[in-house]
Each structure stands twice: as structure tokens, then as C-alpha cells.
Design a protein around this ligand. Structure first.
Ligand SMILES: O=C(O)CCC(=O)C(=O)O
Ligand SMILES: [Fe+2]
Length: 282
């Protein structure tokens, strides 16, 4: 039986622990309070076991198949995910600091319509939980047809350089762990909307890890963090098992999209498929 998408998402979530469909329950309020406390304290919130064991098994076999559609990119990038203005900034400026990266990504438009990962992303109950936790008014799924939902596939030698995201919030859902490495490292609240804190950014890019937190990516855990203002990276991966992480992007603006440059680099295309190719053989 094919479940409607909303039911499919709810079936994957451990609702005894995270009753996302009962927002007026005490348990929901307790989850929200704990996540808010963690966000205020360390700049991110972890919801361990958000997806049930069976759910993780289902999502990981889906992700493994989907990984065949990933676009591989690599080279050097900056923390700002854009080309630096070489006139305005001198060579030592963090905007001109290049770092190696290598990552493969399956874009939103390549997730089939009946995908469980898509169902979780498109769940209104999840959106409601995030709105309650983040307290930023209404949240919107990122309007970018590529970046809204990504499956990051990272194998031996892959890494993602220190960067700020182009969307306000990315919620990551670890689906499968690498053998070694693949930690998510974050310097919470590195900058704010009105303060770039270039010196602080420069020291982190230079290797100072005083303010860097290592977050182990445990399959089934939902991780909520502020990627636009918190510098973060994925440490190099070693070993034959690829790290599979679903990245769910949300924004406080309803129509924000990523840059053409980022699309071209990360997804190898700038035009999305109008309809997800659900009938494609994986
Ligand atoms: O894979 C992750 O855990 C994070 C990836 C990330 O930061 C990004 O795609 O912007
Ligand atoms: Fe990111």
C-alpha cells in the first residue's frame, strides 16, 4: 500500500518521543523547550532518535539507491560560497581564503515524489515543530528547487569546507555514518545579520578550534542549526562506507533561492526539472 505523503512522514518519526502531530501535548512542549535551551546555549539542537530504527533502515536503503543520482563536485571554495571581490578585500581577508572540498549531492528535484526523505521534508507537522523551536515567526521551505532538500553523499577523501549557508536554517538528518570522519563541526553564531566578525572567521579558517563544537552524526538524529550565521564544515571522510545525510532547508522568507553560481557548481545545472523524474529507474 502506498501511504499518502503526510502519513508516510509520520510513520517514520518516533512519535512516542516526538509527538509532532500533537502540538498541544506536554511532550511536544517539553521537546520544544529542550531544543530552545540548546539553541540558546550552543547554537544548535539535536533531536536524537527522531526517526525510528525501522525508519532509519528504510531511509538508508532509499538514500543508498538515490545516491546513484548524485552530482559530484570538487575543487576549492570560500566560506562565503561566492567569488571574492579582489578589489575590496586584500589577499589575507577571509573572503579570499580558499579551501578544498569534494562532495556529491542529490538535488531536491531528483528526489522522487514518493521518496520518504521528501515526505519528511514536506511534512507540515515537522514545519510546525521547527517554527515552535526557532521562534522566528512563520518558516518556509526553501524556495530553491535544487537546494531545498539535498542528499549529501560523502565517500573516502570527501570533505566540505568551512562555510556559511545561503539559507537561514538547515536541518540535517543523518541516515548513514562514515567509518571514520564525517563529523559536523560548527562555530555557533560566528556572525550576525549586522556583524560579519571577520577576525573571528579568519581565526577559525586559520585553524583555531577554541569555539568549534564537534557534532557526531548519529543516524536518525535530527540536527537543527543556523547555517547562515554559524560557520560549519564536514571533516574529511575515510573508509569505504559513504556518509549519507539528508539536508532540509528552511527560510524566514517565502521566496529565497540560492545563487546561479552555487547551482552550477554544486548541482551541475541551473535549470531544474519541472517535475521530479519519479518514474526514472534508480
Ligand atoms: O552534510 C552536512 O552535515 C552539512 C552539509 C552542509 O553544510 C551543506 O550542504 O551546506
Ligand atoms: Fe552548510
Amino acid at each position: 500500500m502506498v501511504l499518502p505523503m503526510a502519513a508516510a512522514a509520520l510513520a517514520l518519526v518516533d512519535r512516542a518521543r516526538y509527538p509532532i502531530d500533537e502540538p498541544s501535548s506536554e511532550a511536544f512542549a517539553a521537546v520544544v523547550a529542550e531544543a530552545r535551551r540548546s539553541l540558546a546555549e550552543v547554537g544548535y539542537a539535536e533531536l536524537p532518535g527522531f526517526i525510528t530504527q525501522e525508519g532509519v533502515t528504510a531511509l538508508s536503503s532509499e538514500a543508498e539507491e538515490l545516491a546513484g543520482r548524485a552530482f559530484a563536485s570538487g575543487g576549492v571554495g570560500t566560506a562565503y560560497l561566492e567569488l571574492p571581490d579582489e578589489v575590496a578585500f586584500d589577499e589575507a581577508h577571509p573572503r579570499r581564503h580558499w579551501m578544498p572540498y569534494s562532495v556529491s549531492v542529490v538535488s531536491y528535484d531528483l528526489h522522487p515524489l514518493d521518496s520518504g526523505l521528501r515526505a519528511v521534508y514536506e511534512s507540515d507537522e515537522l514545519l510546525g515543530l521547527l517554527e515552535a523551536i526557532l521562534e522566528r515567526g512563520p518558516l518556509f521551505r526553501y524556495a530553491d528547487p535544487f537546494g531545498a532538500l539535498n542528499l549529501a553523499v560523502m565517500g573516502d577523501g570527501d570533505e566540505l569546507q568551512w562555510h556559511f549557508d545561503q539559507t537561514d536554517f538547515v536541518v540535517s538528518l543523518a541516515v548513514r555514518d562514515a567509518d571514520v570522519g564525517g563529523d559536523f563541526e560548527v562555530a555557533p553564531k560566528t556572525r550576525s545579520a549586522d556583524e560579519e566578525n571577520y577576525e573571528h572567521v579568519a581565526s577559525i579558517l586559520g585553524g583555531d578550534d577554541t569555539d568549534v563544537v564537534h557534532v557526531e552524526m548519529t543516524p536518525g538524529t535530527l540536527l537543527v542549526f543556523e547555517g547562515r550565521n554559524s560557520l560549519h564544515r564536514v571533516s574529511p571522510i575515510e573508509g569505504p562506507t559513504s556518509r549519507l545525510v539528508s539536508l532540509l532547508a528552511f527560510d524566514t522568507e517565502p521566496d529565497r533561492v540560492g545563487s546561479e553560481l552555487l547551482r552550477a557548481i554544486r548541482y551541475g545545472r541551473t535549470e531544474p526539472f519541472a517535475t521530479p523524474p519519479v518514474t526514472w529507474p534508480l
